[in-house]
Write a protein that binds this ligand. Structure first.
Ligand SMILES: Nc1nc2c(ncn2[C@@H]2O[C@H](COP(=O)(O)OP(=O)(O)OP(=O)(O)O)[C@@H](O)[C@H]2O)c(=O)[nH]1
Ligand SMILES: [Mg+2]
Length: 430
């Protein structure tokens, strides 16, 4: 009775193998541990397709019942998304709480969210997920532990619940809009330095934050757990650094990232889609690296970042037998793949070289507002850059979109031509 491990719920992990599915239980296990659960048993089943009522076949459900009882498990985790009906039926049959992959990932995000915006985004995703599952009334709401501040018994509350949730969703959306506006100002404040932005993206636990820390000499949280990072962080690149780059660390991706989360985190993920260069950080020591690369590319497409130039960083070579720091060029001659170790530092100079090459030749595009008294700046922009858009703002000034080399932008800032007032509220697609 007293042997329940502190801080963790005894949990059975269930994986259903369908034909053509090559997944195993390892990722579910990592997710469960990252969420603070204590896996006590695992069950694997094989079926051509999931059963519509119980997801598993009836024999497996019975087996699962026994295992859960035997191990005194209070929670059963499923490796895939369950329908609300399956979840409800399973909870009844197993007499434990049942959480699917989506619920589990949402739970980890809820535990990790630090910033005001992050918390709102997670709550929004949770409410959206919950609203599809309200068919069964209170049990689910209670599970949200006061997250939405509802109390009361019975199915009769269902309609009220739905309305309350819809209200709360609207409320959060409004707040998020406000926070996002402030963030946009932050984004412009960064652009005010008109620095090129390097965004770190990749599967969770690939080593993005570790690389971020060495590139910017900071100490953001990096840990051997899934989704250690939720809030985007931006810092100046500090190594050889005369390019004046800004590096952005972002939330990691995962297979079947719940679409509620992608939607809720759209503004955060925009940090990635708006970068001038993406570093796709990959754990080179991971046997599933290839699959994970495809997953990440999928999410990048989904958030509209497919056109942003990308360098693949194969990290953790210190764990790969015989791997040396090196790079590969693509057909156009640009460095598109770098092998390094963020932990040992091997190969970092190669990455620096890739930055130099990339930003040394490339122009970056920025939008800015030039007031009527800034004719000198406007002339300067025409001289040093390529003006892609130049529209009168109706008040004697101009909204401009200009392409220049990073160094030329830096020079304009240093010479005092560019300042806060040139921020342009409207976002310019990178
Ligand atoms: N051996 C080795 N371990 C590394 C290296 N880079 C990162 N790690 C470890 O990998 C784990 C995950 O690193 P993070 O930097 O937190 O990974 P992340 O991509 O930011 O992960 P999330 O924020 O969870 O998406 C940590 O335990 C790191 O110490 C490396 O080059 N070699
Ligand atoms: Mg991280």
């Amino acid at each position: 009775m007293f042997d329940r491990p502190t801080g963790g719920e005894r949990t059975v992990l269930v994986h259903l193998q369908t034909p053509g599915d090559s997944q195993d239980l390892s990722e579910l296990q990592e997710l469960a541990i990252s969420a603070g659960a204590v896996p006590v048993a695992t069950v694997t089943a094989r079926r051509a397709t999931p059963d519509p009522r119980y997801y598993l076949g009836s024999g497996k459900v019975e087996e699962l019942q026994d295992i859960a009882r035997e191990h005194r498990a209070g929670l059963v985790l499923f490796d895939q998304a369950l329908t609300p009906t399956q979840e409800r039926n399973l909870e009844k049959a197993l007499n434990t709480r049942v959480v699917d992959r989506t619920g589990l990932i949402l739970d980890i995000f809820a535990q990790r969210a630090q910033s005001f915006e992050g918390k709102l985004q997670v709550e929004l995703a949770q409410l959206r997920h919950l609203s599809t599952r309200l068919v069964r009334g209170w049990t689910h709401l209670e599970r949200q532990k006061g997250g939405i501040g509802l109390r009361g018994p019975g199915e009769t509350q269902l309609e009220t619940d739905k309305r309350l949730i819809a209200n709360r969703i609207r409320q959060i959306q409004k707040r998020l809009e406000k926070v996002e506006q402030q963030r946009n100002q932050g984004r412009n404040a960064r652009r005010k330095a008109f620095a090129p932005i390097v965004g770190l993206v990749g599967y969770t636990n690939a080593g993005k934050s570790t690389l971020f820390n060495v590139l910017t000499q900071s100490s953001v949280h990096a840990a051997d757990q899934l989704f250690a990072t939720l809030d985007p962080t931006l810092r100046r690149h500090e190594l050889q650094g005369n390019l004046g780059l800004v590096v952005a660390d972002t939330v990691g991706f995962i297979r079947d990232l719940p679409h509620e989360l992608i939607a809720a985190f759209r503004s955060t993920l925009r940090e990635a889609s708006e970068a001038d260069l993406l570093l796709h950080v990959i754990d080179a020591s991971d046997p599933r690296a290839t699959e994970k690369i495809l997953e990440v590319n999928g999410v990048l497409n989904e958030i509209g970042a497919e056109a942003v130039p990308r360098i693949e960083v194969l990290n953790k070579i210190d764990r790969v037998e015989g791997a040396e720091p090196r790079f590969e060029r693509d057909a156009r001659g640009g460095i598109h793949r770098v092998w390094l170790s963020a932990r040992s530092g091997e190969g970092l100079l190669i990455l620096e070289r890739a930055f130099e090459e990339f930003f040394g030749t490339r122009r970056i595009r920025r939008g800015l507002h030039v007031g009527c008294s800034d004719a000198a700046l406007r002339a300067k922009l025409y001289r040093s850059g390529r003006v892609l858009r130049d529209e009168a703002d109706g008040c004697g000034g101009w909204n401009m979109e200009v392409e220049m080399e990073p160094r030329a932008w830096c020079l304009l800032v240093r010479e005092g031509y560019l300042a806060d007032r040139h921020e342009w509220a409207e976002d310019v697609a990178a």
